[in-house]
Design a protein around this ligand. Structure first.
Ligand code: DX5
Ligand code: ZN
Length: 217
């Protein structure tokens, strides 16, 4: 399995002090930052667009920006997010559908960004395994997407385990309810990329948390 990496989710940042929040992530040792884009349609919440991603990029010129598109029509915006500075763009399989998935992956790839596929907690990834060799990462939502600070859904664990046993080298990311209480469990299941929003930003020792989590194997 690839090394464990913690990705602070900027959804939990202080948006009145974005530069300060991002600075604290980097100072804690984060090299990757997770950005949540919500369109008010695919999920019942609205967050931010390319303009803010570009501002995040200016605050962290060297960080890997991992952009999670919770959007009904993600392909309409992938060029804009790439231009704004996205290094990886993750789209939801539920927004694409099986017949157009291969073309959608090609479309994201054509932007030059890494490509990720995200799965809601009730979506069985096995139906999508045939596309996994085409992407750079898969991401399991361990909460219903839309908000930070929700409780981890343990029913997703078999999906992580099944995916890891079939794809030993794939980057498997988890998003939602990950912190000191759940990180070791999902890493044991096979996840190697941990998106942490509220747990990271509320930790009294985020650098210690990051070091501990990235040492799990
Ligand atoms: C939820 C977002 C997550 C969110 C996770 O829809 O996709 O990235 O920031 O937040 P926590 O870690 O607080 O569950
Ligand atoms: Zn996310």
């Amino acid at each position: 399995m690839p090394p464990v990496k913690v990705l602070p989710s900027l959804l939990s940042a202080d948006f009145t002090d974005l530069r300060g929040s991002i600075g604290r992530c980097l100072a804690a040792g984060a090299t990757h930052l997770h950005v949540d884009v919500m369109d008010g349609h695919f999920v019942p919440n609205l967050t931010l667009g390319p303009f803010i991603v570009a501002a995040m990029r200016r605050c962290a010129p060297a960080a890997h920006l991992d952009v999670h598109l919770m959007m009904t029509d993600p392909l309409r915006y992938v060029d804009d997010f790439r231009k704004a500075g996205a290094d990886a763009i993750t789209i939801h399989v539920e927004a694409i559908g099986p017949r157009t998935m291969a073309a959608a992956i090609d479309r994201v790839r054509a932007t030059g960004a890494q490509v990720g596929l995200a799965f809601n907690p009730d979506t069985d990834p096995r139906l999508w395994f045939k596309h996994f060799s085409q992407v750079d990462l898969v991401m399991f939502m361990t909460v219903y997407p839309g908000f930070g600070g929700q409780a981890f859904i343990p029913e997703v664990r078999p999906f992580i385990q099944q995916t890891r046993s079939k794809f030993p080298d794939l980057a498997i990311q988890v998003d939602g309810g990950i912190g000191r209480d759940t990180a070791a469990t999902v890493v044991a299941d096979g996840a190697n990329r941990l998106v942490c929003g509220s747990a990271f930003f509320s930790d009294s020792d985020p650098a210690g948390f990051l070091r501990w989590a990235e040492g799990l194997q």
